[in-house]
Write a protein that binds this ligand. Structure first.
Ligand SMILES: Cc1ncc(COP(=O)(O)O)c(C=O)c1O
Length: 466
């Protein structure tokens, strides 16, 4: 279907093809990414075959049903190869690499990301280690605003109750300690509509503005980690603007490659997404988008080096001697995703459809339900586990997860949902399954069979001691 597009491949403008998902460049080892000088006249026309995909992920432990892409992502062999080439290039002639290659390479990666996320300008895109680092960049700026008197003690920060644990700690370290007042937005789970989220969010902003306080920052997840739900961020950002919230930071650790990521549509001040979770980069690299504004110069990388004061993107591109290869392989990732029908968009859509199908299959098998409607999930979904497993504490979830890993070869995270009251005898344990291009129906059948076996054996979590 896409063969016509390929005829024009050699004439593509570098910056236009990123959003066109029907091209199939084949230059994984061409680190400068200048396909026109190296491509054979007739580029390869076919998409990946099943067996080629299997080869790309042959390094995965074949004994494990890996249905947890959400935690650590994955990286295909062709990208790992490209990473190795970069690493060797550095070690072969470090000075030449530093003076002539590194800046160019990082700029090229940032340009690709800029196109994919529909940012206005490449200066808005910085590459950092991970979402945790991106949160530190944003929150450190908040901390300075308190300590330098631009914010008043008691001014509020709003975040979701389901914010990622590490980001909550960061808020504690940078904001609470600096005198900020932190308000958590409680979210219902299971959740059945965006309205439930919007209502709670509005209430939290009201609380934040009580007693004449100002809401200085809203930290909103795009896809919450545990339990996982896609948050209606476009709507929440709009509400923040209407209610006079100073800044909005979207923690989209599961953003690019997982859900819709368009900076102009979303309109946040800051938006961070890992590239190693759903964008096939090796660990670890994330982008931090910062909307162009005079305030941009107040942002700094928490690891300060020579480039301090030259803009966040440039500061972040040299934070001392280290391995920058994960940031340099973005062009190779683009080659990889464009070998799938529909490119990144196609991957995302198929992953979503498949995870919903697998989730519904499991919920039906176990007589339980999904944690949210299919249109509120991306490439991960929550499924209720049979109540008889006796998941009664956070600790039980970890014990059961280890048991599934060690005894059944299934890797899946489990969530504990506390009963609301003594009459609440509904499901207390949910599994979060992910779907990524390497997954097979068999992975989910293995999980299904493992839980069925536990149920038929009369297993409960109280039987596990460790
Ligand atoms: C919502 C959210 N924020 C932040 C992170 C942290 O990501 P990283 O460990 O790559 O910094 C995660 C990781 O799962 C996450 O889900």
């Amino acid at each position: 279907m896409a063969s016509l597009a390929h005829e024009n491949l050699d004439h593509d403008d570098d910056h236009e093809h990123y959003r066109n998902h029907h091209h199939h460049h084949h230059h994984a080892n061409n680190l400068n990414g200048d396909s026109r000088t190296h491509l054979p006249k007739k580029p390869r026309l076919s998409f990946f075959t099943e067996s080629e995909i299997a080869t790309e992920f042959a390094h995965h432990d074949s004994d494990v049903a890996r249905i947890n892409n959400g935690s650590f992502g994955c990286c295909p062999a062709s990208v790992l190869e490209a990473q190795k080439v970069w690493q060797h290039k550095f070690l072969a002639q470090p000075d030449d690499f530093y003076f002539n290659e590194l800046k160019k390479g990082i700029h090229r990666s940032r340009s690709i990301i800029k196109e994919i996320i529909n940012a206005e300008h490449v200066d808005e895109v910085s590459l950092v280690d991970n979402a945790t680092t991106a949160a530190a960049v944003v929150l450190q700026q908040t901390s300075w605003a308190f300590s330098e008197g631009r914010f008043d003690k008691g001014d509020a920060i709003v975040m979701l109750h389901y914010a990622y644990g590490a980001v909550k700690k960061s808020i504690e370290a940078y904001v609470t300690r600096a005198g900020g007042y932190v308000i958590e937005v409680p979210l219902p789970f299971p959740v059945s509509s965006n309205d439930e989220i919007v209502t709670e969010f509005r209430k939290a902003l009201e609380k934040g503005k009580a007693n004449g306080r100002r809401v200085r920052l809203a930290v909103i997840d795009h896809v919450t980690s545990m339990p996982c739900v896609v948050i209606p961020i476009k709507e929440l950002v709009k509400i923040c603007r209407e209610e006079g919230v100073d800044q909005v930071f979207v923690d989209a650790a599961h953003g690019i490659g997982c859900t819709a990521v368009d900076m102009k549509e979303i309109g946040a001040d800051f938006y961070a997404s890992n590239l190693h979770k759903w964008f096939f980069c090796p660990p670890s690299v994330a982008f931090l988008y910062c909307r162009k504004s005079p305030k941009l110069s107040e942002l700094h990388h928490p690891v300060v080096s020579h480039e301090y004061g030259n803009g966040l993107a440039i500061e972040s591109a040299w934070i001392g001697t280290r391995d920058y290869s994960p940031q340099l392989v973005v062009p190779s990732v683009l080659d990889f995703v464009n070998k799938f029908e529909g490119g990144l968009e196609g991957i995302k859509k198929r992953n979503h459809d498949a995870v919903v199908e697998m989730g519904e299959m499991l919920a039906k098998e176990w007589g339980t339900h999904l944690g949210c409607p299919p249109d509120m999930c991306a490439s991960m979904i929550m499924i209720g586990l049979p109540a008889c497993l006796g998941i009664l504490t956070e600790k039980d979830t970890l014990k059961l997860r280890s048991h599934l890993r060690e005894k059944f070869g299934v890797e899946v995270p489990i969530y504990f949902r506390a009963p609301r009251n003594s009459e609440d005898v509904t499901i207390t344990g949910y599994a979060r399954i992910s779907y990524q291009v390497y997954n097979k129906v068999d992975d989910y059948n293995k999980f299904k069979d493992a839980i069925n076996k536990l149920v038929s054996d009369g297993f409960t979590c109280s039987l596990l001691t460790t």
